[in-house]
Write a protein that binds this ligand. Structure first.
Ligand SMILES: Nc1nc2c(ncn2[C@@H]2O[C@H](COP(=O)(O)OP(=O)(O)OP(=O)(O)O)[C@@H](O)[C@H]2O)c(=O)[nH]1
Length: 225
């Protein structure tokens, strides 16, 4: 599997992490925390990652990811350096078996749908079933409604995303890889949760991911980027 590289990466000539160090069995023991991006093809997984990593938006023609792609990013959380290894998976059905092999090594999953594509939202239930089947029980899952900038084409209301997330007990926010809305926050929130888990003091209260996200969004007002 690890030999399968992203066609996107080759086509766009973007700098990426060197050859993938992770393998389906090394994630939990390897250095860093692994965050996997999943969701239907075209929801914006690669764009979200590129926005987070390089601060840019990949406009123009859409080149689907083939297999899986890897990028590393070091974040500073309360003065502690946290290394995230981010796995960008292919949303296309034909690569599903590749993705399945990586689930169990993921510490966190960012599950995306596209707010302009109702089918991608309807498929979230199936994605959650798949996650339940293949990922670790304690995996951190966050639901993201991406392309929030595309107001004219919106097909899924924010309230619908919130409702679904509540039903499954996962934190939720809308993002935009295009405008940058909440992109940093999505990754920071899961990194904080994972850091808390690994470095928690005995009497420290549990980190409340959704509370943190809500507070950060309130502080930033409507247009956090
Ligand atoms: N308006 C808008 N378009 C976006 C956004 N994110 C991605 N796109 C567009 O959506 C298309 C698909 O984006 P990708 O990031 O390649 O999608 P993906 O989920 O990685 O797709 P697969 O690799 O096939 O799984 C591209 O044409 C992007 O330019 C966003 O936040 N807003």
């Amino acid at each position: 599997f690890v030999q399968i590289m992203s066609r996107k990466k080759a086509a766009k000539g973007k700098g990426s992490s060197k050859s993938p160090k992770a393998s389906p069995s090394s994630g939990r023991t390897g250095k860093g925390l692994t965050v996997m991006l999943v969701g239907d093809s075209g929801v914006g997984k690669t764009c979200l990652l590129v926005r987070f990593k390089d601060g840019a938006f990949l406009a123009g023609s859409f080149i689907s990811t083939v297999g899986i792609d890897f990028r590393n990013k070091v974040m500073s959380i309360d003065a502690v350096k946290v290394k995230l290894q981010i796995w960008d998976t292919a949303g296309q059905e034909r690569f599903r078996s590749v993705t399945h092999a990586y689930y169990r090594d993921a510490h966190a999953l960012l599950l995306l749908y596209d707010v302009t594509n109702k089918a991608s939202f309807d498929n979230i239930r199936a994605w959650l079933t798949e996650i339940h089947e293949y990922a670790q029980q304690d995996v951190v899952v966050m639901l993201l409604g991406n392309k929030a900038d595309a107001t004219h084409d919106r097909a899924v209301k924010r309230e619908e995303g919130e409702k679904l997330a509540k039903e499954f007990g996962v934190p939720f926010m809308e993002t935009s890889a295009k405008s940058g809305l909440n992109v940093e926050l999505a990754f920071t929130a899961v990194a904080r949760e994972l850091k808390h888990r690994t470095m928690k003091e005995p009497d420290e209260p549990k980190f409340q991911l959704q509370e943190y996200v809500d507070k950060e969004m309130r502080t930033a007002g409507c247009c956090r980027s």
